[in-house]
Ligand binder design. Structure first.
Ligand code: URA
Length: 437
C-alpha cells in the first residue's frame, strides 16, 4: 500500500477502505508517514468528504492508537455527555451531578478551554485543591464510591487524534464534518461509557454557526456512536447568546450552584431548560423511564438537594474544598469589578456571542494560546441578554478582572458584540432538535 495512491484516490472522490484508513492513521502515529502527505490527504478529505463507513473507520483507527478506559468495574449504566462548546456553557457541571443522583455513573474526561469557549476542567480548578490529574485507579474508585468523577483528558486516549488535530489546525482543515465527528467520537468511544449524549451547539458562539452544520455534525457523530455499539443521541441546542448569566470560571461555578440549589423560577431559564433537557435525555437513553418520568426524576434531584450533594462529594473526593460548593461566597472576587452600561436604548436583538466570549477572555477568563494562565475569578456577569429591553445608561453587565488594562479593550469588544433594535427579536429557541432517538 502506498500513501501516494491513497491521497490520489481521495482527491478523485474515491471511497477509502478500512485497511487504507488504518494504514494512514497507524503510519502517521508511528511517524512513518510524513506530515506533508497527511496534510494533502486531509485537504482531499476536506473537499471530497467521507461516507459513514469511512468516518467510523477513521474513528476506530484513532481509538486503537491508544488505550481505552475500562469501566467494567462500575456497576450501573455508565453515561457520558459531550458539548461542542460555547460561551457560558456550564451544563456539564449541572447535568452530571443530576444523572449521578439518578444512579447513572459518570466517569468523565474533560478538556480545558481555548479562545472564546471555556472548559470544564478549568472551571473545577477554580476550587482550591481540586485535582483533575488522576491515576486510572483514583478515577475509577471515585466514580464507584460517589457516582461521578471529572478528570483531565489522558494523553493515552486517542493519541492519533491529538497529532491529527494539531496538523488540521495549521492546514485549515479543522472545519470538516467527518474529521470533527471522528475526532470527538474517538475520545468518547475510548472513554468507555455505554450511553453518550452529545450537545451540539449552533449559533454565533458555537463551533457550528449554522443549524444545517450542527445537524450534519450531530448525525455524523450519532452514526459513529451507534456503529461502535454505543447508545448515542444528540440534542441541537442554542448558542446564539451566552448560556446563563455568567462567563468565567468561578463565576460560572457559582451559577452552577445556584441552579442546583435555588428555586427553578429564580435561575436563568435558558440554562435551566437546556440542563433539564440534557439530563432527561441521558436518563431516557439509559432506559430510566418515559420522557415525562425521567424529567420529573431529574427535577426532583435538584429540589431534594441530592444533585448538589453529589457535586460537593465529587469535589471533596478530588481534593477540593467542599465548603466552596456549600457556601459559594468563599470564592474570592477579582480586585476590579466594573459596571458596563448600555450605549443606547432599545431591545438587545442579537449578540455576537463569540465576541462576548472574547471580551471574557481579554478580562482573563480564558486562554488565547494553550500556554496562557487563567484568572479564575475573571469574567462577565450579564444583567441583560438577547430579547431584553434596556434604557440608555442602564447597567447591562459587570466585568470582573485582575487586569485594569483589560477593562477598556474588553468593553469595546463587548459593546461591539451587541445589536440594538426598536422591536423585540423572536423568542429564543433553546432546543432545535434531537438526533438518534
Ligand atoms: N473538538 C474536537 O475534539 N475535535 C475537533 O475536530 C473539533 C472540536
Amino acid at each position: 500500500m502506498r500513501i501516494y495512491d491513497i491521497i490520489n484516490k481521495k482527491k478523485r472522490g474515491g471511497v477509502l477502505t478500512n485497511e487504507e484508513i488504518r494504514f494512514v492513521i497507524d503510519g502517521f502515529t508511528a511517524g512513518s508517514i510524513p506530515d506533508y502527505q497527511v496534510s494533502a490527504l486531509l485537504m482531499a478529505i476536506y473537499f471530497q468528504g467521507m461516507n459513514a463507513e469511512e468516518t467510523t473507520a477513521i474513528t476506530m483507527a484513532m481509538v486503537d492508537s491508544g488505550e481505552r478506559v475500562d469501566l467494567s468495574a462500575i456497576s450501573g449504566t455508565t453515561v457520558d455527555k459531550h458539548s461542542t462548546g460555547g460561551v457560558g456553557d456550564k451544563t456539564t457541571l449541572i447535568v452530571i451531578p443530576i444523572v449521578a443522583a439518578l444512579g447513572l455513573p459518570v466517569a468523565k474526561m474533560s478538556g480545558r478551554g481555548l479562545g472564546h469557549t471555556g472548559g470544564t476542567v478549568d472551571k473545577l480548578e477554580s476550587i482550591p485543591g481540586f485535582r483533575t490529574a488522576l491515576s486510572d485507579k483514583a478515577f475509577l474508585d471515585i466514580t464507584i464510591n460517589h457516582g461521578l468523577c471529572v478528570a483531565g483528558q489522558s494523553a493515552n486516549l486517542a493519541p492519533a487524534d491529538k497529532k491529527l488535530y494539531a496538523l488540521r489546525d495549521v492546514t485549515a482543515t479543522v472545519d470538516s464534518i467527518p474529521l470533527i465527528a471522528a475526532s470527538i467520537m474517538s475520545k468518547k468511544i475510548a472513554a468507555g461509557a455505554e450511553c453518550i449524549l452529545l450537545d451540539v451547539k449552533t449559533g454565533s458562539g458555537a463551533f457550528m454557526k449554522t443549524l444545517e452544520g450542527a445537524q450534519a455534525l450531530a448525525k455524523a457523530m450519532v452514526d459513529i456512536g451507534k456503529g461502535c455499539g454505543r447508545k448515542t443521541a444528540a440534542l441541537i441546542t442554542d448558542m446564539s447568546a451566552p448560556l446563563g448569566r455568567s462567563i468565567g470560571n468561578s463565576l460560572e461555578l457559582k451559577e452552577v450552584i445556584q441552579v442546583l440549589s435555588e428555586p427553578a423560577e429564580t435561575v436563568a431559564q435558558d440554562l435551566y431548560s437546556v440542563c433539564i433537557a440534557l439530563a432527561t435525555n441521558i436518563a431516557v437513553l439509559a432506559e430510566c423511564g418515559t420522557y415525562e418520568e425521567c424529567e420529573a426524576k431529574v427535577k426532583q434531584t435538584i429540589t431534594s438537594g441530592d444533585a448538589l450533594k453529589k457535586l460537593a462529594d465529587m469535589v471533596e473526593a478530588q481534593g477540593g474544598d467542599r465548603s466552596y460548593i456549600e457556601d459559594p461566597k468563599n470564592f474570592p472576587l477579582a480586585p476590579h469589578i466594573v459596571e458596563i452600561t448600555a450605549p443606547q436604548g432599545g431591545y438587545i436583538s442579537d449578540m455576537d456571542t463569540e465576541g462576548v466570549g472574547i471580551a471574557g477572555m481579554i478580562l482573563g477568563a480564558g486562554r488565547e494560546t494553550s500556554e496562557d494562565e487563567i484568572d479564575y475569578s475573571a469574567g462577565v456577569i450579564l444583567h441583560a441578554t438577547t430579547g431584553d429591553r434596556v434604557e440608555k445608561g442602564q447597567i447591562i453587565a459587570t466585568f470582573h478582572t485582575s487586569k485594569s488594562a483589560a477593562i477598556e479593550p474588553a468593553t469595546s469588544k463587548f459593546i461591539a458584540a451587541l445589536t440594538f433594535a426598536e422591536t423585540p427579536p423572536p423568542p429564543r429557541t433553546m432546543i432545535y432538535g434531537k438526533v438518534g432517538f
